[in-house]
Design a protein around this ligand. Structure first.
Ligand code: HAM
Length: 521
């Protein structure tokens, strides 16, 4: 018999099993209670969104959009596959006419795609198509001149073409994606449902999975979970930023995540940031040769992201770069100063970090991050900031916004690695029933105890008394409720506390009273 394949969770995803899942539920429930006490309300968003929503808000030149989104085949993706397949089907022999065939297939497909708007007619797409055609023509000429062996030429051309096609994945209108984050979807929903007409600020929170195709490591997954909160409305008062941070830290305190550091920064707005970015770019160009490949590329695409670099040899260079705090406009400087006053008013400890620019393009002014101990390099448990103007960018009315997202995987990992053990409610009562006559009474009391909010386990079939109590022990029950024919006849239940074997007899009423008061502590 061939061995059956054993399935495993795919790379970067994992199962969260009991008892960890109880910790997760408690963590999420505490977030709900905390956030609701600040008048935030739950919003449930789809996991699938249009890819363009994120491209426009998070930014085309970010890692999330450039490499990490799980996108589904739109029309272009199907076209890419169709081309690869038809090339693959061509007679891969040494004959010259395969080139002619090949060119014809490619041209027909690409022209169709351009004319039907499957491939947007923008500069970079036209450039790539031109590149493909030029390669084909070059190959053909070399072959006709007899410069290369036909089979060699064909193989090289085939490989090159498929590789160009492989990274030819511009975001197209019909693309759908698993969401990599929650802020853009919240803004999309805010616009779609006309929430700007609601009174006061709109305060929303969300809990759920996000997806990014990153290299998995401790604290970094491809499916991970966030608890996010967002405030949208007309005001950008620093008190809102401070209240959001207060709420975050109150939550962390409640769940015992206390060995944390809050870093804050202001990255300016559309008045002052472009000038600073230009200055930074000029300074970076001067030291370009001393920077790594990623930073060199970012000088042109997104110089702020160079400040995020962790490369050791770049650190002394970065330390000497101009700092945004020296280049904020008056309004941004005042906003940041007021935020810091508001934080002091609330006794919130923070550190300023001028390099905190964050990896998403939508931020203006306030940015912040919280790191926790015991996590290694992936130690950010929460990131957030202000994103005034994002709603407008997505086609909505002028709106201010601020929020954060907690990475639950990391926060829970840090709690688990901390010293404090969490006593979570487990199994309260195990009903050890014996004899057919006691079964109806067991069914009835199990239901009543469960209605009273206790966790109750009851064997579905009769078990020997000793075995039954042994199982109660192994399941970690606090009490065994013993129910035999004697108990039924006398209308009394025997309750045994498993930790010290203390036993008492109770009427049904007394039993419910006793266990309920136990549960309430
Ligand atoms: P972010 O910094 O990309 O911000 O993610 C927030 C948090 O999610 C991170 O600090 C981290 O704890 C967690 N996280 C991110 N990627 C992973 C991963 N691959 N594995 C495990 N945890 C991860 C945002 O997503 C913004 N939407 C936050 C925000 C809300 N800004 C304003 N409002």
């Amino acid at each position: 018999m061939p061995e059956k394949k054993q399935f495993r969770a795919i790379k970067g995803t994992r199962d969260i099993l009991p008892p960890d899942s109880s910790l997760w539920n408690w963590f999420e429930q505490t977030a709900r209670e905390t956030f609701e006490s600040y008048n935030f309300r739950d919003i449930r968003l789809p996991i699938l969104e249009e890819a363009e929503l994120f491209a426009r808000s998070v930014g085309e030149d970010t890692d999330i959009i450039g490499k990490e989104m799980y996108r589904f085949a739109g029309k272009l993706e199907s076209l890419r596959r169709a081309i690869s397949e038809s090339i693959g089907r061509l007679d891969n022999s040494s004959r010259i006419y395969t080139f002619v065939q090949f060119l014809a297939v490619l041209k027909r497909n690409l022209n169709e795609a351009l004319n039907n708007d499957v491939i947007p007619k923008n500069m970079s797409n036209l450039h790539r198509i031109g590149q493909l055609e030029a390669r084909c023509r070059e190959g053909e000429t070399r072959l006709l001149n007899g410069d290369v062996e036909p089979s060699q030429a064909w193989t090289a051309l085939y490989e090159e073409t498929t590789s160009i096609l492989d990274d030819f994945r511009p975001i197209e209108k019909s693309d759908e994606t698993l969401r990599p984050e929650g802020t853009a979807p919240v803004c999309r929903a805010y616009i779609e449902h006309g929430m700007h007409t609601l009174p006061g600020n709109v305060k929303l929170y969300y809990i759920g999975p996000m997806f990014r195709r990153e290299r998995p490591q401790k604290g970094r997954y491809r499916q991970f979970y966030q608890i996010g909160a967002e405030v949208l409305g007309q005001s950008d008062a620093p008190a809102i930023d401070a209240e959001v941070l207060e709420m975050l830290l109150v939550f962390f305190h409640r769940v015992g995540l206390t060995r944390t550091t809050l870093y804050v920064n202001s990255i300016g707005d559309k008045e002052c940031r472009p000038k600073y970015v230009e200055l930074l770019r000029e300074e970076l160009r001067k030291v370009k040769d001393h920077l790594g490949a990623d930073s060199q590329r970012r000088i042109e695409t997104n110089p702020l992201r160079v400040l995020d670099s962790k490369l050791p040899q770049e650190q002394p260079i970065i330390e000497k770069l101009p700092r945004i705090s020296d280049h904020l406009c008056d309004a941004c400087r005042e906003h940041f100063a007021n935020l810091k006053n508001e934080l002091r008013l609330r006794n919130i400890n923070y550190e300023e970090n001028w390099r905190l620019v964050r990896g998403l393009d939508y931020y203006t002014r306030t940015t912040f991050e919280v790191t926790a101990e015991g996590l290694g390099s992936q130690n950010a448990v929460c990131g957030g900031g202000r994103y005034d103007g994002l709603v407008e960018l997505l086609g909505g009315p002028p709106t201010k916004g601020i929020g954060f997202a907690i990475g639950s995987d990391r926060a829970i990992l840090s709690i688990q690695e901390g010293a404090e053990a969490h006593a979570l409610p487990g199994l309260s009562v195990y009903i050890a029933w014996m004899g057919a006559a006691s079964y109806p009474a067991a069914v009835s009391i199990a239901r009543k105890l469960r209605e009273a909010g206790l966790s109750v386990e009851m064997p579905p079939e009769e078990m020997k008394f000793k075995k039954s109590l042994g199982l109660a022990d192994k399941l970690g029950a606090r009490y065994a409720l013993i129910l035999g024919e004697d108990e039924v006849a006398s209308n009394k239940f025997t309750l045994k506390r498993l930790a010290d074997a203390e036993q008492n007899k109770f009427s049904e009423y007394e039993l419910l009273e006793y266990l309920e008061s136990e549960r309430r502590g």
